[in-house]
Design a protein around this ligand. Sequence first.
Ligand code: NAP
Length: 287
Amino acid sequence: MRKMKIGIIGFGNLGSAIAQKLLEEGHEIFGWNRTPEKVSKIKGARVLSSPWEVVRSSDVTFTILSDDEAVEEVLLKDKEKLSELPEGSIIANISTITPYMSMRLERELGKAKLRYAESPVLGGPQAALSKNLISLLGGKKEIADFIASIMRGVSREVFYIGEVPKASALKLVFNSGTFTAVELIGEMLSLASSWNIDAEIVKNVASKTVLSQIFSTYLDRGLDPNFPPYFYLELAAKDLSYAIYSGRKGGSFTPAIAGAYEAYISAVKSGLGKRYYGAIIRYLLGK
Ligand SMILES: NC(=O)c1ccc[n+]([C@@H]2O[C@H](COP(=O)([O-])OP(=O)(O)OC[C@H]3O[C@@H](n4cnc5c(N)ncnc54)[C@H](OP(=O)(O)O)[C@@H]3O)[C@@H](O)[C@H]2O)c1
């Protein structure tokens, strides 16, 4: 594949890993982060002084920021700066945002004669480093195909989902399923412990049921207080709130996801926001 100049805006847990892997794939990386030291930690990435400089220097720029507010702050606060960017520049968003924000991005970038694509991913930093992400692409097909050619460098599967905001919406569908399932493990263990049934016994029985994969992936991580926080619990709470908000506006009824959100937001309020999100299991066990 052609080696490209790739811009990355946002060097948190996910952005840093994607930048690292794309460098290994032979691309040049131009980066900006609110806290610039995080860009310098990725050897070979060029630190630039503004998001606008990144877009100007790159064939395509990815935003990998926390949430709607961060994307708004970085890209939409100063619309004049947007309209000064070279016509046709491509910005693809990897951050998990609401479908409403994604539609707004498409509209505002379009007004500035820029091109936009959705590029959310399933999987985290380790998956990016081992080319194991599942990439969901959205937007005009020819731009999505171009983004796909880059995302294959960090992904094992790439799906074209359709026009904006379908890929952003589907990302929320899968995250709410996973986070609710992990929360459910916590509720099951809590119920079992009220009858003095050990977590290990629950795990052994679960391994023979349809819950096998979810227990084998998440139970030990959730019980380990030192599991590395590659995905923060506060981001899981954010994704669940986005799923509920976006779904309700569209007429969906999601009581299980709403219940899981209550548990996660309560864990955030108790100070667990920067822990690995599987800590929800220990939180529900009162540990
Ligand atoms: N980690 C994962 O496994 C994973 C997987 C799939 C999707 N995602 C999604 O990818 C996005 C990034 O996740 P992450 O794990 O990398 O999060 P993170 O480690 O918390 O990093 C967040 C990034 O957003 C920046 N940021 C936050 N608020 C900002 C603001 N107001 N202005 C400018 N920059 C701001 C941070 O800058 P500073 O460094 O200066 O704070 C940092 O670069 C999120 O939407 C997340 O839901 C994450």
